[in-house]
Design a protein around this ligand. Structure first.
Ligand code: UDX
Length: 474
């Protein structure tokens, strides 16, 4: 492989002593996770190398261009590059020689059977291992099925040269898109899954920067030392819990609709109970993205393998509730547009629908498993003429779903529409003027799939408003 992505010419020196201060770091995989960590740790003063197999991505990053949107990250990448502390390469030999601690940050996509595909993990370990010399630490960050760290230990042993003493540790990440820089620099907690004292001490040194930052800001970051299995499970358990919380409130939304209650008020009342808390109780079209949906499926698959499938069978229900929310919008569209329901659901031929939102959440350009796009496809499949508008995700949405219609502006999407569906809670939609939009549309009907609009204001502007989990205001 070439060294083309390196900013500085020439190979770094031979393998460094593992106790160099601050430790030099490499991040294997420069996707969303690896790039964010690499840039943040360069900012904290470490020498950092990002390694990736994709030369186009590496060249772009080395030129300071991010292949995705994340607030504040582009600036950190540019600062890291300018300082010389942050470099990108496609050459594992360069990463091995230039770092003492290597973080595994590659993707673990969903396999067709629901389990996690560990192909990228295996490839990254096998790529770096032959270049490791002396004492080094390989730290897992990717979200993986429990048991992966032990498997990586065996894989590593098979592929490292005789003079290498490479250890494995596990430090899960908890990044939220749109908030990732802060999540790295100011984590709620640090989980360290390690076998020995040396690995723990090395990770202490790696985390010194975030602890110092916390101390300057009058905070303290809890550090939890665990075994491998617990560290691996913390991440999937956290995501399963968040998904469950969202599906719980969405199940209550179904009930509220049937009973004539208001899920937003219900959630507010629940959230005041300290034991429950107000977060992740926003009812709507449900969760999507690159993590929650795939992680709950991978957890079920792994639990089955371990003979503990029954313990997480409720996650299947969590998934079903989530999928039902998408279909509910289609059903509502049919009802509101007075369309005849055929055997396969509402028949929407001849209707024009504006879909506002394509990303799985606002302030992101990520359309992976986005509920908004899934609903747009359902509406399109039922015969509606759909026009999607998203402030940032339009290009990605067009690439993944070219069959849908797209608009460049909110007004363009709404012009002549019989129905407007707000499916991602972008600020632009929350702050849109319902009176101005009312003049553009053909029918003043809005489905608020994120319960994010001012119902009163839309009602006052003449709209028939329908939230999810709440009966209409005509
Ligand atoms: C998630 C986890 O939060 C993070 O800790 C983990 O590291 C990766 O997965 P992310 O995928 O960025 O992060 O999205 P998140 O903010 O958790 O939202 C996930 C989905 O749930 C979005 O589609 C969002 O719209 C939806 N959601 C969230 C709700 O429908 N209701 C809520 O109350 C909260």
């Amino acid at each position: 492989m070439s060294e083309s992505g390196l900013l500085e010419s020439g190979l770094p020196g031979p393998a460094a002593p593992a106790d160099r201060e601050p430790p030099r770091l490499s991040f294997l995989g420069t996707g969303y996770l690896g790039t964010t960590y690499a840039a943040c740790y360069a900012e904290l003063g470490h020498q950092v190398i990002g390694l990736d197999v994709d030369p186009v991505k590496v060249a772009a990053l080395a030129a300071g261009q991010l292949p995705f949107h994340e607030p504040g990250l582009a600036e950190l990448v540019r600062r890291g590059l300018d300082s010389g502390r942050l470099r990108f390469t496609t050459d594992p030999a360069v990463a091995a020689a230039g770092a003492d601690v290597h973080f595994l940050c590659v993707g673990t996509p969903q396999r067709p059977d629901g389990g996690a595909d560990l192909g990228q993990v295996a490839a990254a370990v096998q790529a770096i291992a032959p270049h490791l010399h002396g004492r080094t630490l390989l730290v897992g960050k990717s979200t993986v099925p429990v048991g992966t760290a032990e498997w990586i230990e065996r894989l590593l042993r098979k592929h490292v040269p005789d003079d290498a003493d490479a250890e494995v540790a596990w430090c899960p990440e908890f990044l939220q898109e749109g908030h990732a820089v802060d999540d790295v620099l100011r984590p709620d907690r640090i989980v360290v899954g390690a076998r020995g004292e040396w690995a723990r001490r090395t990770l202490d040194r790696v985390h010194r920067g975030v602890h110092e930052l916390a101390a300057r800001e009058g905070r303290e970051i809890p550090v939890l030392e665990t075994d491998f299995a617990t560290a691996e499970l913390v991440k999937t358990a956290a995501n399963a819990f968040l998904a469950t919380k969202i599906s719980f409130i969405n199940a209550m939304a179904e009930l509220c609709e049937a009973a004539g209650a208001d899920v937003a008020r219900l959630a507010e009342a629940l959230g005041h109970d300290e034991r429950i808390g107000p977060h992740f109780l926003r009812a709507g079209v449900g969760f999507g993205g690159g993590c929650l949906p795939k992680d709950i499926r991978a957890l079920q698959s792994r639990a089955e393998q371990l003979g503990a499938g029954a313990a997480v069978r409720f996650l299947h229900e969590v998934d079903l509730i989530n999928q039902r929310r998408r279909e509910r919008v289609l059903q509502l569209a049919g009802e509101l547009l007075d369309c005849v329901a055929g055997p396969a659901g509402p028949e929407l031929t001849g209707t024009r629908i504006a879909v506002l939102g394509a990303t799985f959440k606002p302030d992101s350009d990520d359309v992976r498993d986005a509920p908004a796009l899934a609903v747009a496809r359902l509406l399109h499949g039922a015969g509606a003429q759909v026009r999607v508008y998203d402030p940032l995700g339009g290009a990605n949405a067009r690439r993944s779903h070219p069959e849908l219609g797209y608009a460049e502006r909110l007004e363009q999407a709404c012009a002549g529409a019989d129905l407007v569906c707000v499916l991602t809670e972008w600020q632009e939609f929350r702050e849109a003027d319902p009176a101005a939009l009312a003049r553009l549309v053909n029918g003043r009907i809005v489905i608020d799939g994120r319960n994010c609009l001012d119902r009163g204001a839309w009602g006052a502007a003449g709209w028939t408003y329908r939230g999810l989990g709440w009966k209409e205001v005509a």
